[in-house]
Design a protein around this ligand. Structure first.
Ligand code: AN0
Ligand code: CP
Length: 320
């Protein structure tokens, strides 16, 4: 593996999930791989889990770690080509990425969607410009349209917690008053479609009208607006809010009946509740669900360390 930008960079998903489980069982087995190498973690946006789990994973592999909040600690970066730089951006990505590529053997980047212009967000300019100019492997720490490290942790968590061979996994939209990116839902759908195609899960998406994911992310998933039908017999309920893709970046409804409660969980097959976190309690999901033994959210977040470690290991093992 060179870059880890999306599922397309993964040649063997089963093996990558297993590598995550191996890292969890034996965190320091590959300490030599990162020795005398450096990873730079660049954040255009806030983070708790991604920042700490990726740092931890890198250290488990013997890597040195440098972190920066881009735009806050460094100069604002211009991403467009051929522009007259007389605005608020003091440095161009061409120089910034090239320079950071000299200091680091791997760069991880978090850059959320702006949710203003769909074509701009779905072009994934920040990831592509870094990949183009840094000359070192790039790891997606949540981009405009994807969060693959989260999806890998989700796959690991489902693999560990499943009680049937082919569990029913349901992605359900949750209410929120703020527009959030589609990235987590897009990626989860992309990865679960791959798991479904390989016969490992049954995958269903449920959301209110107007919240369809982009066709390339929805893939072959079954979509229903009938939430009760989706929840019936589910083994995993994966909650996430996202803003509309069709009416781009808009909040079309805040219908509180889409928040997950214990009554909803009672309709499942003693299902587990998953969420990538951060989560707003009682807005998206009740205290009772999050505090019940059915909640996997802490284990899921803990598995972010092992998903990051599996990916960094794969990159370190296969230098181009
Ligand atoms: C972000 C999102 O929805 O993409 C990050 C989730 C990991 N969440 C918020 O902005 C609350
Ligand atoms: N799930 C996740 O990526 O969390 P952070 O935004 O805190 O990194």
């Amino acid at each position: 593996m060179h870059n880890f930008l999306s599922l397309a960079d993964v040649t063997d998903l089963d093996a990558l999930i297993q590598a995550g489980l191996n890292a969890k069982a034996s965190p320091f087995a590959d300490q030599h791989l990162g020795k005398n190498k450096t990873i730079g973690l660049l954040f255009f946006n806030s983070s708790l889990r991604t920042r700490l789990s990726t740092q931890k994973a890198a250290q488990n592999l013997g890597l040195n770690v440098m972190m920066m909040n881009v735009g806050q600690d460094s100069w604002g970066l211009e991403m467009e080509e051929g522009v007259l730089m007389n605005g608020d951006k003091a440095e161009h990505i061409r120089e910034a990425a090239a320079v950071m590529g000299r200091y680091c053997n791997i760069l991880g980047i978090r850059a959320f969607a702006d949710l203003k212009d769909r074509a701009t967000d779905y072009r994934e300019q920040v990831m592509h410009q870094f990949a183009r100019y840094a000359q070192v492997p790039i790891v997606n720490l949540e981009s405009a349209t994807r969060h693959p490290l989260q999806s890998l942790a989700d796959c690991i968590t489902i693999e560990e917690a499943k009680t049937v061979a082919r569990p029913k996994v349901v992605l359900t939209w949750l209410p929120h008053f703020k527009p959030l990116p589609q990235a987590v839902a897009n990626s989860f759908s992309e990865w679960m479609n791959a798991r479904a195609n390989a016969g490992h899960v049954e995958f269903v998406i449920t959301h209110p009208e107007g919240y369809d994911l982009a066709p390339e992310f929805k893939g072959n998933a079954r979509v229903t607006h009938n939430r009760a039908e989706a929840f019936a017999g589910a083994d995993f309920i994966y909650g996430k809010n996202w803003s509309s893709y069709t009416h781009y970046g808009q909040v079309l409804t805040q219908d509180s009946t889409w928040a997950v409660t214990m009554d909803d969980m009672a309709e499942t097959n003693n299902g587990k509740f998953m969420h990538c976190l951060p989560v707003r309690r009682n807005l998206k999901v009740s205290d009772a669900v999050l505090d019940s033994p059915q909640s996997l959210v802490i284990e899921q977040a803990a598995n972010r360390e092992w998903s990051a470690q599996a990916v960094l290991r794969e990159i370190l093992k296969n230098p181009r």
